[in-house]
Design a binder for this molecule. Structure first.
Ligand code: ZN
Length: 171
């Protein structure tokens, strides 16, 4: 399997559906940096994600995914956050795993567990002035569970198709 590297501006956003896309693989020395596009809304066709939901899910999912990857030896999450266009999130992993064929299983399992983790959360982590730059824009845990639910459906689709979702590129 050859994974096509891409940058977001080459993606045809008029033909972009909800999905979990492998956006980019960067390699430096022995470290592979994998960027996943967690696209929860169809651009221009569906309502964008509210600021409140984006921020709340950021806190919850970042906590979940860091916790989960702590026990995985060769994978670390380096960043998770909302897209400026408010149609989804980016998650960036570092790994020493060089076999691209293994990426689907590795990241499918992490995403699935992280969604389940958020669905079982009872409060939003770091919702205070000391740990967040604007904690008053955070919602409650149900705001995060909405994104978790939407992502979970896409993770289920990944399981059915045994692959990441596929981008259409601008010709
Ligand atoms: Zn915050």
């Amino acid at each position: 399997m050859k994974i096509k590297n891409s940058v977001s501006f080459n993606v045809d956003h008029s033909r972009l559906n909800r999905g979990v896309y492998l956006s980019k693989i960067d390699i430096m020395n022995d470290v592979y940096t994998i960027t996943l596009d967690l696209r929860l809304r169809v651009p221009y066709k569906e309502k964008i994600i509210s600021n409140k939901e984006l921020h709340t899910f950021e806190h919850c999912f970042a906590t979940a995914v860091r916790d989960i990857t702590e026990s995985i030896e060769n994978v670390a999450v380096s960043y998770f956050g909302p897209m400026g266009c408010q149609t989804g999130y980016y998650i960036v992993f570092n790994t020493t795993e060089s076999d691209e064929n293994k990426y689907f299983d590795i990241f499918y399992n992490i995403l699935k567990k992280a969604c389940e983790y958020v669905k079982n959360m009872t409060e939003v982590p770091a919702k205070n002035e000391l740990q967040c730059g604007n904690c008053y824009s955070l919602g409650d845990i149900d705001d995060a569970k909405n994104s978790a639910e939407e992502l979970y459906k896409l993770v289920d689709e990944m399981d059915n198709q045994k692959a990441f979702h596929k981008y259409s590129f601008i010709d």
